[in-house]
Design a protein around this ligand. Structure first.
Ligand SMILES: CCCCCCCCCC(=O)SCCNC(=O)CCNC(=O)[C@H](O)C(C)(C)COP(=O)(O)OP(=O)(O)OC[C@H]1O[C@@H](n2cnc3c(N)ncnc32)[C@H](O)[C@@H]1OP(=O)(O)O
Ligand SMILES: Nc1ncnc2c1ncn2[C@@H]1O[C@H](COP(=O)(O)OP(=O)(O)OP(=O)(O)O)[C@@H](O)[C@H]1O
Ligand SMILES: O=C(O)CCC(=O)C(=O)O
Ligand SMILES: [Fe+2]
Ligand SMILES: [Mg+2]
Length: 333
């Protein structure tokens, strides 16, 4: 506790006002209206982030880093994804998810139905993403030096089948996580191709990382909702939204309380992104019984019991099984 507190430094002094290399100028402008010393709660000074980047994250709950992952690496992730889809490799623990509109369709299921790979920690080729030094050096600014990769996904958002099921409702990722402290968790999300509003880029509600964890449940959507795609029950519909349009290789780092989602894919292409949620390895597990997270705990435990073929897998266990150390030492996770 006190060690973590020790590491939360006071950042004093001059704030550089030069233009930021990150986007969303309309919101970043607000962060630079003062030259007053500020206490930064959400990031560490490792010498990497500029003061503007740190302030941007502080105010908005995310930063966008352009051109971070190479085309060569992305090509390798794409190749491996396709090998998995063709069932040329079998990966222990991997969840291959199909869009609900396709999974529930009576028609022949063509193999392009894969909408998401989850838990690829046992696939060395995809897991390379989680260990890329260019990603980890940013992650460290939020988690500190001991880093666990807790949750991995390759999202292949399909062309919408006509029922708007390709949407991802607005949510806070912390809803799924029975570990804390919140501020030592961060998601890295890399576009594997150009992502736009048309193909369903991320949409974020800047600043919502400063709020608390909200109640989540399935949204009431006529065309159906994908399994475990819970959404925030009540959010302010007038809150400003930022559509995070990105080029291939651009990477967004975001806080687990940031409300975000993604829109319908209105193109004919599959919109691909790869992501990993990281946590400091000295985070600790919490019991979510009696909290708003109880509904997801029950759902995850049910699926996990099937998946791991054993009874009574706790929510905490499902995370401890999946977590992998990627830097430093494994402490309490
Ligand atoms: C642990 C979560 C961690 C997330 C943390 C970070 C924040 C991330 C935010 C999210 O991404 S939230 C969404 C996360 N989603 C998941 O974790 C769901 C992962 N998917 C699965 O577990 C499986 O794909 C699923 C259990 C849904 C289906 O398993 P199978 O591939 O074995 O399906 P199968 O073909 O045997 O079908 C079993 C049933 O599931 C149904 N099904 C299949 N895909 C579905 C789908 N996408 N949505 C809803 N139902 C689905 C299918 O129709 C069928 O229904 P019936 O029993 O009524 O016949
Ligand atoms: N089994 C699969 N499940 C999900 N997506 C897949 C699968 N196989 C391929 N894809 C992805 O689906 C998209 C379309 O694949 P497809 O190979 O049909 O078209 P293409 O590569 O865009 O063009 P073409 O093959 O006609 O030159 C690609 O982005 C590919 O990565
Ligand atoms: O890639 C997307 O559409 C968003 C996914 C997302 O927010 C998540 O899986 O937690
Ligand atoms: Fe999310
Ligand atoms: Mg092809």
């Amino acid at each position: 506790m006190s060690r973590a507190a020790d590491r939360l430094r006071l950042v004093m002094g001059h704030v550089d006002r030069s233009p930021s290399s990150i986007t969303c100028e309309q919101t970043s402008a607000q962060a630079f209206t003062s030259n007053q010393p500020q206490r930064l709660r959400y990031s560490y000074d490792t010498g990497l982030l500029s003061p503007q980047q740190r302030l941007f994250y502080e105010e908005n709950g995310f930063i966008l880093v352009r051109n971070l992952v190479s085309d060569g690496d992305i090509e390798r992730f794409r190749k491996e994804f396709e090998r998995i889809c063709r069932q040329e490799v079998k990966v222990p623990g991997l969840v291959v998810m199909r869009d609900v509109a396709i999974a529930k369709s009576e028609f022949v299921q063509d193999q392009k139905a894969v909408s998401k790979l989850q838990d690829f920690q046992e696939d060395p080729e995809l897991f390379r993403y989680c260990s890329l030094p260019e990603i980890l050096k940013y992650v460290e600014c939020f988690t500190g030096p001991n880093i666990m990769a807790m949750h991995t996904m390759l999202i292949n958002k399909p062309p919408d089948a006509g029922k708007k099921t390709s949407r991802h409702p607005l949510h806070q990722d912390l809803h799924y996580f029975p570990f804390r402290p919140t501020d030592r968790i961060v998601c890295a999300w890399t576009a594997m191709e150009k992502v736009t509003r048309q193909n369903g880029c991320l949409v974020v509600l800047p600043g919502t990382h400063k709020s608390t964890l909200q109640e989540h449940d399935y949204p009431e959507w006529e065309g159906g909702v994908n399994k475990m795609y819970h959404g925030v029950r009540n959010y302010d519909p007038d809150h400003p939204r930022v559509y995070v349009e990105m080029e291939k290789g651009d990477t967004v780092f975001f806080h687990p309380l940031l409300i975000h989602g993604s829109g319908m894919n209105q193109t004919k292409g599959f919109r691909k992104a790869i992501s990993c949620h990281y946590a400091s390895s000295d985070c600790y597990y919490i019991d979510v019984k009696g909290t708003t997270q109880e509904n997801i705990e029950n759902e995850v435990s049910q699926i996990a019991e099937k998946k791991y073929g054993m009874g009574d897998v706790s929510f905490m266990d499902t995370w401890a099984i999946r977590g992998r150390l990627v830097q430093g030492e494994r402490i309490s996770m």
